[in-house]
Every structure is written in C-alpha cells, then in structure tokens.
Design a protein around this ligand. Structure first.
Ligand SMILES: Cc1cc2nc3c(=O)[nH]c(=O)nc-3n(C[C@H](O)[C@H](O)[C@H](O)COP(=O)(O)O)c2cc1C
Length: 180
C-alpha cells in the first residue's frame, strides 16, 4: 500500500470530480490517498512526505493557475524523486469540437515554465457549468463556447469528461507505483 498525495487546482469543480474518481480507483486497490486543494496549507503539500504525487489542474483563459506554477517550481526536485503524474482539464481537450493541439500547448507551456517532467501526463475534457457561473463569467462562456461550436443553452450544464480515460490514467499511475 502506498500513500499518495493528490492535489487539485479546480475553479468550478470538474478537476475535483476527476481527482475524486482517481482517488476512488487508487483506494479500491488499497492505496491511501490524501486529496487536497493545491492552494491549501503549504506545510501539507510537500511531496517529500508521500510515496507518490498526482497533480491535476484546470485551464482558465489559457493558463493553469499561477499558484500551481509556484508550488511545482518549489517542490520540483521532491516531485521528481517520486512516482509523479500530472493531468490537465480543459474544454480544448474534448467536447463538441476539441482543439487537441491547444490543450497540448497549455500543458507544454506549464511544464516548460515549471521545469517539471511528469512521468505520466493526461489531458481530460472538462465541463461547462452555466449553473455555477456568475453573470459575467456566464456571458464570457456563452461567447467562448459559442465560438467553439459548443452548447450555449444556459439552462443546463454540459460534461465532456471521458471517465474511462480518467480510470485508465489511475491504473497507469498504479503501474508506475509498482515499478517504484
Ligand atoms: C472563465 C473560463 C475560462 C476558460 N478558459 C479556457 C481556455 O482558455 N481554454 C480551454 O480549453 N478551456 C477553458 N475553459 C474551460 C475549463 O477549462 C473547463 O470548464 C474546466 O472543466 C474547468 O475545470 P474546473 O471546474 O476544475 O475549474 C474556461 C472556463 C471558464 C469558466
């Protein structure tokens, strides 16, 4: 059994849902998982205290959050010393008209700026959650999503995450763990 730190940087909750699914898969195989927000108490976020680390973050306005850049830069060496993985969540990664090259660029930019080379990387489609956006964000998203050919009926939310891909990622990570 390994002790895994699973950090999530989520604004509207989809990255958290994905992290929870990954945690469930790991726990089913008897691993112990601590699921924490990446902007939480810094004293609990040191990868050195864990057997492995997974970090997931969503994209807003073309970027993963700035605080995550700082966290990864600070702990880069400790991260590299453990089985480590990263997943990115965006609308470019899936949905009605995916823009896979853009999703990959977000990841490449994040890894280039932080200097981190995760052993495992995944890009998951997120969600459009009109029900949780405030009025300004809703307007922004109607335009952004509409330009991309997506759903602009704000009376409901839209989830594009491929849960099978999320579970495969969790299993791939456990293979890394087994390799040490
Ligand atoms: C204000 C806003 C800006 C966004 N900007 C982008 C973007 O630049 N590129 C993209 O692919 N997805 C973008 N998205 C889509 C999010 O990545 C997607 O909704 C994701 O599921 C959010 O994850 P979270 O709920 O964990 O924060 C944006 C979403 C919002 C609400």
């Amino acid at each position: 059994m390994s002790r895994i730190l699973l950090l999530h940087a989520s604004v509207e909750g989809q990255t958290l849902l994905i992290a929870e699914r990954i945690a469930k898969v790991l726990r089913e195989k008897a691993h112990s998982v601590e699921l924490l927000p990446a902007d939480g108490d810094p004293s609990r976020l040191d990868p050195a205290a864990w057997d492995g680390v997974i970090i997931g973050a969503s994209i807003h306005y073309g970027h993963h959050p700035a605080y995550l850049h700082k966290l990864v830069k600070r702990h880069r060496a400790a991260l590299a010393a453990k089985p480590n993985a990263f997943f990115s969540v965006s609308l470019s990664a899936g949905g009605p008209r995916p823009k896979l090259a853009a999703a990959q660029r977000y990841i490449d930019k994040f890894l280039r700026k932080t200097g981190w080379t995760p052993q495992l990387i995944a890009s998951f489609a997120g969600a459009v959650k009109y029900s949780v956006y405030g009025p300004i964000k809703r307007r922004v998203m109607i335009v952004f999503v509409g330009l991309g050919g997506g759903e602009t009926d704000t009376s409901r939310d839209y989830e594009y995450t491929d849960w099978g891909a999320v579970e495969r990622f969790a299993h791939d990570y456990m293979q890394r763990l087994a390799q040490g």
